[in-house]
Design a protein around this ligand. Structure first.
Ligand SMILES: C[S@@+](CC[C@H](N)C(=O)[O-])C[C@H]1O[C@@H](n2cnc3c(N)ncnc32)[C@H](O)[C@@H]1O
Length: 203
């Protein structure tokens, strides 16, 4: 049987090289760019919450869209080393804990936001069921927080690994938003099982 090279995923592809040239810390920026091109969710002056923001590519790109008059709150359990503009504030926290601590979460976010982004991904084990279950748990935490802090009509973008729980998650997003779409950006690595669930117009 042909074995996969375990380092293949780490080799810089077109998007990784482009991210380096354009001074973004990760290739993931092109996924958000594609989402933005299709759904035009982030606008000047808005407040954005970015869950799982390290190493900072989405935060850097979204900060450019919201401009000086906007505010982006980024949360990750890992520190962000990237230098980000003044409208960005980063907190080092576990999002699963914040989902279970409404007061702490609201204090940290400091008011309602227009867009909640979650690009959170668990550390993968290589066991499909375990990785999917962990991704589902993170997505649920992101949805809980989005329901708490999004302004009416706000938008939600959430990464989830494809698996049996995705349909349940989509139903819950449909219940909380006027419309729900799924989107797999072209810049997603071919072997990746991730997709983005997008909720438009928080009820
Ligand atoms: C794919 S990376 C996000 C990339 C980011 N959007 C960017 O463009 O730079 C996924 C991130 O989710 C974070 N993450 C995973 N579980 C988390 C949790 N429970 N709380 C906070 N962050 C978490 C990881 O630390 C990791 O930095």
């Amino acid at each position: 049987m042909k074995r996969r090279n375990p380092r293949a995923r780490q080799q810089p592809d077109y998007y990784a090289k482009r991210a380096r040239q354009e001074h973004f810390p990760a290739r993931s920026v092109y996924k958000l760019q594609e989402i933005q091109k299709k759904f035009a969710l982030i606008r000047k002056g808005q407040r954005v919450l970015d869950l799982g923001c390290a190493p900072g590519s989405w935060a850097k790109y979204a900060a450019g869209l919201i401009g000086d008059s906007g505010r982006l709150i980024g949360i990750d359990q890992k520190p962000v080393k990237e230098k980000l503009p003044a409208q960005v504030e980063i907190f080092c926290e576990d999002v699963r804990m914040l989902a279970e601590a409404p007061e702490r979460c609201e204090a940290l976010v400091g008011g309602l936001v227009d867009v909640v982004l979650s690009d959170m991904a668990p550390s993968t084990t290589g066991k499909k069921d375990v990785d999917q279950a962990r991704s589902y748990y993170l997505s649920r935490a992101a949805l809980t927080i989005a329901q708490r802090v999004l302004t009416p009509d706000g938008a939600f973008v959430c990464k989830i690994f494809q698996g049996e729980d995705v349909e349940t998650f989509i139903s819950d997003v449909k219940a909380a938003f006027n419309s729900c779409r799924t989107f797999k950006p072209q810049s997603t690595r071919k072997e990746s099982k991730e997709t983005y669930v997008i909720g438009l117009g928080k009820k």
